[in-house]
Design a protein around this ligand. Structure first.
Ligand code: HEC
Length: 251
């Protein structure tokens, strides 16, 4: 009994610790790895706006192209700017030490970021930048205080003059893609090219892509799981009949 309680405690407690981890309130998003259009938009956005600083060095271009249904020649033409071959890992040229001296911290690799922080965190973080003149780059983030990353999407989103109200209002409906209660920012220092709703949808796609990146076999695993369950169900009938046959004469 003692061992049982100990095992139970050891199974449950780490889960509780994880659940309690995020200290700031977050907006929620429901990743959907079957939504290829969303993942493709996310991949394009990541390549164009993030890969200058962040690598995905545990993944290969080819894997993304195949998983997301992007023809390989089209991928090479439009989404590889470094002259890398499609079978290569997604590394970047930025020197980590130099980057650390520019930004305070080197931009980390983001292949497993969704496993580390969770999708809600990334989705909130990307929408959490605001103007703060006391910081070296003039911006801060409500989810990641005193972050070293510049607000690279400022042209799209605009620059919020006050702290955005993350974790209090907006969320994306995964089925329709509609944003409920859009507008985390009540006052803008500068306007962006996108409306709040368009920007939230773009950040949904980008987060969805990073979520896929952290668990690229999810769809395949779930598909295979279905077949395994169907096999077990059918196998059960035969096992049951065989069992009945064996025990028929034993009485
Ligand atoms: C100009 C370089 C630069 C670009 C471009 C850039 N980042 Fe960053 N990013 C950084 C730096 C530097 C950090 C580390 C900040 C720190 O630790 O203070 C960072 C941190 C992050 C983190 C948090 C990592 C962690 O868990 O500590 C995420 C998530 C992230 N970036 C996502 C993105 C996404 C998505 C894009 C594209 C829209 C992007 N970044 C574009 C420089 C950049």
């Amino acid at each position: 009994m003692k061992t049982f309680i100990l095992v139970l405690a050891m199974t449950v407690l780490p889960g509780l610790a994880l659940a309690a981890a995020p200290g700031v309130p977050l907006d929620t998003m429901e990743p959907d790895h079957t939504n290829k259009a969303s993942l493709q938009r996310g991949a394009a956005m990541f390549t164009n706006y993030c890969m200058g600083c962040h690598s995905l060095e545990y993944a290969r271009y080819q894997r993304i192209a195949n998983d997301l249904g992007i023809p390989e020649d089209m991928y090479v033409e439009n989404l590889i700017f470094t002259g890398a071959k499609i079978g290569e890992l997604i590394k970047i040229g930025m020197d980590k030490q130099q980057a650390a001296s520019w930004f305070g911290n080197a931009p980390p690799d983001l292949t497993l970021e969704s496993r580390l922080r969770g999708e809600n965190w990334i989705y909130s973080y990307l929408r959490g930048f605001y103007k703060d003149d006391s910081r070296p780059l003039g911006v801060n983030n409500v989810v990641f205080e005193n972050v070293g990353m510049p607000h690279v999407l400022v042209e799209m989103q605009g620059l919020c003059a006050v702290k955005p109200t993350i974790g209090q209002q907006s969320s994306v409906d995964p089925l329709s893609g509609n944003v409920k209660n859009a507008g985390v920012c009540s006052e803008w220092a500068s306007e962006g090219t996108m409306t709040a709703q368009e920007f939230d949808t773009a950040m949904y796609d980008l987060t969805n892509f990073l979520s896929y990146m952290g668990d690229p076999v999810k769809v395949e695993r779930e598909r295979l799981g279905m077949f395994v369950l169907i096999f077990i169900a059918i196998f059960f009938v035969f096992a049951y009949l065989l069992n009945r046959e064996f025990w028929k004469d034993v009485h």
